[in-house]
Write a protein that binds this ligand. Sequence first.
Ligand code: SF4
Length: 323
Amino acid sequence: MIDVVDRYYSFNKYLKEKYGKRVQKITIDAAFTCPNRDGRLSFGGCVYCDVFGSGSGASLRSESIEEQVKKGAEVARRRYKTDYFIVYFQAFTNTYGPISHLETLYDRAISEASRYGKVVGLAVGTRPDCVPDEVLDLLASYSDDLEVWVELGVQSIHYRTLKLINRQHGVAEIVDSISRVKAKGLKVCVHIIFGLPGETKLDMLETVRVMAALGIDAIKIHPLYVVEGSVLHKWLQAGRYKAISMEDFVDVVVESISVLPPTVVIQRLTGEAPSGMLVAPLWTSNKQMVRRAIEDELVRRNTYQGIGFKVGLSVDELKPFSS
Ligand code: SF4
């Protein structure tokens, strides 16, 4: 749980409470693709998609899973002094493949990481329309030994936005995937984006409120950044899109924190583009600065996670109002 001094419930705090020490994610790019890029749904992808599918690009450099695990474990040991790991399949759509193939990849990464320390979790990033029950059953089969996180790219709860950014799925897939992931006893972490074209602050906050109402376990908040060569880049050049300012981003993140239940783990407060590819907004390249600005603003407003969490009337309010 948070205490007010922290003002929000960070992933590091959650992991430290649970395991008594720092736990580090080892990110894996297992050369998956995405149905929104390979032609199954579209060839174009989401308008902001980068060539690495939000991953490290390791598979493009032909790095094996074993090499990636070794590197990740070394960084964890050297920089963070830990040998407790969560194996995180990050790039593209990590449930998009035959079940036997998925199982082989997950097993390989877990078993390799176990050579360097203790694996406490498996996290798999995917789209809300790519988690059929058979995949969830496979993921659930790991949950006796590990905590299993399904990281869903939700981005927005607004259908018009999803259409505009070419997600190729709707709101139904978001609600359905979250409820089925939870029903299997797996943990759900949603990724959302602030600064999507056409969205107001209220739209963004409503996405957060709906996520809270659906009972998510964790959230990652990203500012929308424009990368070289993306569709969004063309929109920016044509004056069709204006990037969110840091001030507006900090403002909406701080309010989002206040409307999230205190038990929801905040895995990320900001994000950055792959190195050398960022076009706008340039402030996103300094994650420490953005995180500090958010934390300073929480203190300045004397607010904290959960203070504004409310869905509907409370039981005490279920009586006619008379002034
Ligand atoms: S779902 Fe992810 S990998 Fe697929 S097109 Fe969208 S951003 Fe790219």
